[in-house]
Design a binder for this molecule. Structure first.
Ligand SMILES: Cc1cc2nc3c(=O)[nH]c(=O)nc-3n(C[C@H](O)[C@H](O)[C@H](O)COP(=O)(O)OP(=O)(O)OC[C@H]3O[C@@H](n4cnc5c(N)ncnc54)[C@H](O)[C@@H]3O)c2cc1C
Length: 383
């Protein structure tokens, strides 16, 4: 058993209230409680039912980078490089293993159209310094023999790894509690109390909880908490993603790498589950699982791996990416003293977990904004 440190915090240190127990809230909370702060995380549901639970866990700074995201790449690559040490620290703080896997990611093509797109992305991403390898169809089949025999060339990204986001969430929650943090489930924060441009605490139902620092990390719900002046309501909306999981034979998984196809991605887990995702939908918080979404995901996965035909579907679900107006995260202080934001991570929140946790906890503990996040403040939306 790992040692539990109790009451490490100094009575005079500021009281920190975090809204949301996703990867942002728990990651930052854990780092702050390690530093000796008194931290309370408030969660409207049970822990881990937000986007962090719903995600695929890909740490894909490389192959996910699209034109227009050159600047964001600096942030995502930095965080990607932080993952190994982040994991070592998690390992020291909990016995829960987040199942990090480092086989890398393959992006495949089936026809000439898809091959042209693959070649374009390969050139674009390589020019940005992303380490990629072009593989011909024989090399691809050697790496993944179960792929459809019509698979043409592919791009291999050796640095785009994956983690099991659901285990990560459990690990972070345990690490946070082991370092003295407290989680309050079923505590929906209604509003943030502000007086004279300074945060005073949060209101849950009609109960007031005093806090010197409030961290807003409520994922796709971050814009719906009362009490904030208009200028600092984070411009974050839900972008729905539907997914499903098939069960492979755990001793004979069909693939080892994360596979990207033009219309879906396939992520093999240690327990034999094959995660297939994901749609990108602008439909608010509508949580219906639709026939059309399942059909298109399954059709794309079946085209990639025809032998999935006999596999049982073990789960379908959806989640809501917290998406900001420019698809980049919103990180750091606000014009209200003591109010800090960590939200808007869109499709990169798991990848950005180490960077988010370390930079925001550094800001809260030192008052200095780490240079990596200087350009990701909410002020960028003022105009
Ligand atoms: C289908 C899908 C696939 C994805 N795949 C990937 C991927 O492969 N790689 C990757 O890096 N990212 C991926 N993402 C994105 C990633 O999941 C998110 O960016 C990340 O989880 C956001 O974390 P968070 O802590 O900000 O939000 P969340 O995990 O949503 O946590 C916010 C928490 O706040 C709680 N909350 C909300 N309102 C309140 C309130 N008023 N009071 C108290 N608590 C409240 C919620 O219940 C929730 O638990 C995916 C997302 C989806 C939906």
């Amino acid at each position: 058993m790992k040692t539990k440190s109790k009451n490490r915090y100094n009575k005079d240190s500021p009281r920190i209230a975090i809204i949301g127990s996703g990867v942002c809230g728990l990651g930052i909370g854990w780092r702050l409680s390690q530093l000796g702060y008194r931290v309370d995380v408030f969660e409207s549901e049970k822990i881990g039912k937000g986007a962090t639970w719903a995600a695929a866990g890909m740490l894909a700074a490389g192959v996910e980078c699209e034109p227009g995201e050159e600047k964001l790449l600096e942030l995502t690559t930095k965080s990607q490089r932080m993952w190994p040490n982040f994991l070592k620290d998690i390992e020291k703080s909990t016995n829960i293993n987040p199942h990090y896997r480092d086989e890398g990611t393959l992006v495949i093509a089936f026809n000439n159209d898809e091959l042209s797109k693959l070649r374009f992305n390969y050139k674009f991403q390589s020019r940005l310094g992303i380490e990629l390898e072009w593989l011909d169809k024989e090399e691809v089949r050697t790496l993944e023999p179960h792929l459809n025999s019509k698979t043409l060339d592919a791009v291999f990204s050796k640095n785009d790894h994956q983690v099991d986001n659901r285990f990560l969430l459990l690990a972070l929650a345990d690490a946070f509690k082991n370092s003295g943090g407290r989680i309050h489930e079923k505590h929906k924060v209604k509003s943030i109390k502000i007086e004279k441009e300074r945060v005073k605490g949060i209101v849950i139902d009609s109960e007031f909880h005093k806090a010197d620092i409030v961290l807003l990390a409520a994922g796709a719900h971050s814009s719906s908490i009362d009490g904030l002046p208009d200028s600092i309501i984070p411009p974050v909306r839900p972008v729905k993603g539907q997914m499903l999981a098939l069960q492979m034979d755990i001793n004979r998984p069909l693939i080892k790498h994360v596979i990207w196809t033009p219309n879906s991605y396939l992520v093999p887990r240690n327990d034999g589950r094959l995660i297939i995702g994901a749609t990108i939908e602008e439909s608010g918080f509508n949580s219906d699982i639709t026939a059309g979404a399942l059909y298109s995901l399954l059709e794309s996965a079946w085209r990639t791996l025809p032998t999935i035909e006999e596999l049982p579907v073990v789960e379908t679900w959806c989640g809501f990416r917290p998406t900001s107006r420019d698809d980049a995260p919103i990180l750091g202080p606000t014009e209200i003293e003591g109010l800090v934001l960590a939200t808007g991570h869109h499709r990169n929140g798991i990848l950005l977990a180490p960077l988010t946790a370390d930079t925001i906890s550094e800001y809260i503990s030192t008052g200095n904004i780490p240079p990596e996040i200087e350009d990701y403040n909410i002020d960028r939306f003022l105009n």
